[in-house]
Design a protein. Structure first.
Length: 300
């Protein structure tokens, strides 16, 4: 009876669920693209900043050609070619829906960046860095939450995380350091240093809003271990460990279930567990490091 409560991993969605998923993804990706393009032509342009990843590399190419060769090229002409390898990785190794919508974000963002006029909001450099980073981070998180990516190194990062079990942050961070070093040499160290503030604000917002790749350890004290484990297994496809013990206050037999799940699964899993055991006592802890086999949901 309990298995009806949670949706099985890999179970085919209904037609209504599929349509709803595609609509949400389309709207989230479109919103993200408009926000990133607006940010490029307002805060980023006003501050002469260099965002991280391939967006910053494209701006660096665009500005170097303008300053030293007198050649003005569209942002899309610099940005889209840089995405060829990441898009290939997405097509070959990541999910079809995820890759298609990520390509949509990449193309729409670069096109809108070329079409939008300059939109100065403020000339205060600190405000430009902080609010530009917040908007950029919110836009990237919007695309990720919708089921796509903002393009660029996101493809590579997700591929290394899901397929190779490698945290790509250090590699991307090193790439951004090289990017900012070159930007500092040619456009002044103040631009590079302000860009660090921008990138830091962006990263903090992404981490706050999108937590798929963070883990939580759940310790559950329950009188219905089989029912609770069924919810964990069906909803997350993760295993659990059962410990039997005794409550010290009343001397009653207790069962403790230990399991590690993705952060974005916690809220729904809490609801499912309390449906089968309203009196379950649950302790949730942040998991910083995990070694061993751990199931990761594949991008659709």
């Amino acid at each position: 009876m309990f298995e009806k409560k949670a949706k099985r991993i890999g179970e085919e969605p209904t037609r209504k669920e599929s349509i709803r998923s595609y609509v949400i993804c389309f709207l989230g990706c479109t919103l993200a693209s408009f926000a990133m393009a607006f940010n490029m032509k307002s805060f980023v342009a006003e501050g002469g900043l260099f965002p991280g990843s391939l967006a910053g590399a494209a701006l660096l190419i665009q500005r170097l050609l303008q300053k030293y060769a007198g050649v003005s090229i569209a942002y899309s002409l610099a940005y889209l070619p840089l995405n060829i390898v990441p898009i290939y990785i997405g097509i070959k190794y990541l999910g079809k829906k995820f890759t298609v919508f990520s390509i949509y974000v990449t193309i729409l963002t670069s096109t809108l960046t070329d079409l939008f006029p300059l939109i100065p909001i403020t000339s205060d450099e600190i405000l430009v860095c902080i609010f530009g980073g917040i908007i950029q981070g919110g836009a990237v998180a919007s695309a990720l939450l919708a089921g796509a990516s903002a393009g660029g190194t996101d493809f590579i990062s997700i591929y290394l995380s899901e397929k190779k079990g490698i945290d790509a942050f250090d590699y991307i961070f090193a790439g951004n350091i090289v990017l900012l070093f070159i930007a500092g040499l040619f456009f002044g160290w103040d631009k590079a240093l302000y860009s660090i503030i921008f990138q830091y604000a962006q990263t903090q917002i992404i981490h706050a809003l999108y937590q798929r790749y963070t883990k939580r350890t759940m310790i559950i004290i329950t009188e219905h271990p089989e029912a609770v484990y069924t919810q964990i297994r069906l909803f997350t496809n993760h295993d659990a460990t059962l410990f039997n013990g005794e409550g010290l206050y009343k001397g009653m037999r207790k069962h403790m279930i230990y399991s590690v799940v993705d952060t974005d699964e916690v809220d729904m899993l809490l609801k499912l567990i309390h449906e089968v055991d309203p009196h379950a006592f649950i302790n949730i802890m942040k998991t910083d490091t995990l070694s061993g086999r751990f199931y990761s949901r594949r991008k659709s």
